[in-house]
Structures are given as C-alpha cells and as structure tokens.
Design a protein around this ligand. Structure first.
Ligand code: FE2
Length: 427
C-alpha cells in the first residue's frame, strides 16, 4: 500500500519508522538508529525562500559511499542531442515510435526532441520510453533535469528515495533532479513519454483574474510517504549527467531513506482532477488556459516549459469555430496523445504518437476537421474520451537523428485542399 501526503511544493515531513525523524534539528550528530543525515538541495542555498527547495534525508548509508562512475555501456539513445543538420521549418509528426523490445525503463528510454544543453540550466527534452520489465538491482537518477512522467500504456510504479508512487496512464509524476528511483511495471509492460526539464522546477501557474482556485489545485498533488528497502547485494547506480549515462555498482539498495522532511520531493497528479476552464460566451481563450505546470524562464511570462493538457471538456461558446484556430506562435509546441482522439486532427495522430510545431510554423485543424466544424450546428458539445498534452517551450525543439528518421512523410498533407475564400472585388 502506498501512502501519500497532499499539497504542491509545500513542506512535508514523513517517517517510515517511528522516531526516525529528528525534531528541532536538521542534522544532529547522532540521528536515531545510526541513520545518516543528508541534505538534497534543488536550488542554490541562497535562493529566496519562495524559490528555495531542499529536503533532509535520513538514510541507512550516505549517498557519498560509492565507487567512481564509468560510462554506461547500455542505452546510448537517451540524452542524444538534436540533429546537427539544418532543420527545415516543417511541421513534423510521428506514429508511436517502435522502441527496442525487452528492456527496462533505463534501456527503453529514447530522446526524441531536444532544445538546450543541460549545462545551460534551461531548456527541455522530450523522451519516449518502452519498459517491458521492471528494474531490478538498479536505479536511475538524472542530474540534468527534473523528470515529468506521462505514462500512456501500462502503469508505472516509481520506487523513489523518498517513497513509492503508483502512476497509471492519466496520471503524471514528477521526480526532481537528483532524486534516485527504480521503475517497476506491474502490468508487465509500459510505454509513454518523459519530459526532462533542465530549467527552473515546474510549479503551478499564477491564476491572475481566475482567482484563488481552478486549473490544477494544489491539494490534488500527492507526495509519497517515506518508504525504504533494506537490501544488501550488488546494485547498479545509473545516472544521467551532461547528456550521458554513467554507472557505478554499490553493495546495497540506495533506496534506504527511512525518513525525510522538506519541500523537494517527487509527486503525482491525477489529470482528471484538472479543473478545466474555458469561454462561456464567444471565442477561445488562448491554450495557456490549460496549463497544468509551468517552468518559468528569466523573461517574465515566457515559459522555459509549459505542461498543458487538452482533457474532456464542454464547448459552449456562441459564434465560435470549435476546434483550435489556425495559428503561428513564437513558442515551440510538442504534443503527445495519451488516449482518444485530439480534436484538431481527423487522423494520423494516434495515442503514443508525437507532433512538433516549431517556432512560427503555421498549424491548426486539418482540412477534414475544419470542414466538419464549419458545417456543424453550434450547440453545446462535449469533447470526451480524450487526453492530449503539450510541452511548449520558448526554445525551438531539435529532433534527434532517431526521430528525424522516423517522422511521417505526409504530415503537410493535413493542411492541403482548403477551398479559397470567395472575396468580392474591393470597392
Ligand atoms: Fe499550436
């Protein structure tokens, strides 16, 4: 059974064994039971209190006890940079990528889209994964970025240093930069997406005139209660640093944190709890109205990464074309589909697939969707049975060579054949 603490980004404290958590002192010389006190900082020590993220972990042995890391000999497809070739300003789309079979999460993770170098401390990458078996006797951590999990097929069970998270499709999970975890696949196989955020940690967006409630509400984020394992024997630590994977073997499980407190911790969120807002008069709000989480950049209002969903919702506006409008955008948009159909595309965008509309590329509904929507009676209409998402960023995405080789060849045809408008002669 998994226990959760509720609330987003707040201070939590939890102990798997009564008495393990010290009261009043972060780092006593002698923690209970001989535990080791270790601070995990997700922000510079001197960040303002509102931005400061850190947790104190009380563990059976210190993380520092490990031999030198060496280059990992397994998966070489995660952390790949974007293709070096000049990228034509074309829209791109992918069927669900065929990823190598029979791997666990670490070896089944493939980078599709990249932006900045992790050392820039800005940017976001989008990976796809196929995990057919659970990770055993090994664990993973990214020192490059925060990981946003989006399972599409099969539940994930994330056993992190700070507790256990059950993450079925339709949920997301966030594992902060530097938090170690193992991925189990209780249903025997899983696939989906992971966004890796190199920039400021994801947070809830400000709500402005919306008010104090709405969109993703803080109380619906669930952080795991402390849970640990006491397992001796070889354990492979795999770590992503600087876009490369590194490995070292220790003599125990590193998931040995008996108690912790702080505001730097993994969490999960059920996307059906998102309080979708929209127009009740005319026109669409901008898609930012669907923002679940945002990673700000140094420029006010310009996101390093926005995580946005298009969930089931009612469309009730008057005099309004119901699908998303045609648009071009200075931001770059990567989209995926968890289940169902996305309302702007008649076909070609299937669950597990991906699309990319980079900076200023023209896009919107395809011809068939436009025609149907133009002829439809405008009455209240529910978009149901669907869940699409977008990771939008101010940094143009670069597909990796792996992705470029697998892009659909005919995506541009989605917008071919619009009839010319019949405009009378100018007066
Ligand atoms: Fe768009």
């Amino acid at each position: 059974m998994t226990d959760y603490l509720t609330g987003f980004g707040g201070m939590h404290e939890t102990e798997a064994v009564a008495g393990a958590l010290p009261i009043g002192r972060n780092s006593p010389q002698r923690p209970a039971f001989g535990l080791y006190a270790e601070q995990l900082s997700g922000s510079a020590f001197t960040m303002p209190r509102s931005e400061n993220r850190r947790s104190w972990l009380y563990r059976m042995r210190p993380t520092a006890d490990h031999p030198p890391y060496e280059a990992y000999r397994g998966n070489q497809m995660v952390g790949a940079k974007g293709s070096d070739k000049p990228l034509a300003p074309n829209r791109l789309r992918w069927d669900p990528p065929e990823l190598p079979v029979g791997n666990d999460f670490v070896d089944g993770l493939v980078t599709m889209l990249a932006t900045r170098d992790p050392a820039d401390l800005e940017g976001v990458a989008l990976h796809c994964y196929r995990a057919d078996v659970s990770m055993t006797h090994r664990s993973f951590m990214s020192a490059d970025g925060e990981l946003l999990f989006l399972p599409q097929r099969g539940a994930l069970h994330l056993f992190t240093e700070m507790g256990r998270l059950d993450v079925p499709p339709g949920h997301i999970a966030i594992v902060p930069r530097g938090v170690r975890f193992r991925v189990e696949v209780p249903e025997g196989g899983a696939g989906g997406y992971v966004a890796e955020n190199y920039g400021a940690p994801f947070r809830l967006p400000d709500l402005g005139p919306i008010g104090a409630n709405g969109l993703a509400n803080p109380r619906d984020f669930e952080t795991p209660a402390a849970a640990f394992e006491d397992v001796e024997g070889d354990h492979e630590l795999i770590q992503k640093n600087g876009g490369h994977l590194w490995a070292a073997t220790i003599d125990r499980s590193p998931l040995d944190v008996v108690a912790w407190h702080g505001n730097y911790a993994p969490c999960r969120y059920d996307l059906t709890r998102f309080n979708t807002l929209g127009t009740v008069s005319f026109d669409h709000p901008d898609p930012s109205i669907f923002t679940v989480l945002t990673s700000p950049s140094d420029v006010p209002g310009r996101a390093n990464a926005d995580f946005v969903i298009f969930p089931p919702r009612w469309m009730v506006a008057e005099d309004t074309f119901r699908p998303p409008w045609f648009h071009r955008n200075v931001m770059s948009e990567a989209m995926g589909l968890i289940h169902g159909e996305y309302d702007a595309k008649a076909d070609g965008f299937t669950p597990g697939g991906l699309s990319l509309h980079n900076v200023m590329s023209g896009h919107g509904p395809d011809v068939e969707t436009w025609r149907k929507a133009s002829e439809a009676e405008l009455q209240p209409h529910k978009i149901d049975g669907t869940l699409a998402f977008m990771v939008e960023t101010c940094w143009p995405y670069k597909p990796t060579d792996f992705a470029l080789q697998r892009a659909q060849h005919d995506y541009d045809e989605a917008w071919q054949g619009f009839p010319k408008a019949k405009v009378p002669d100018a007066d």
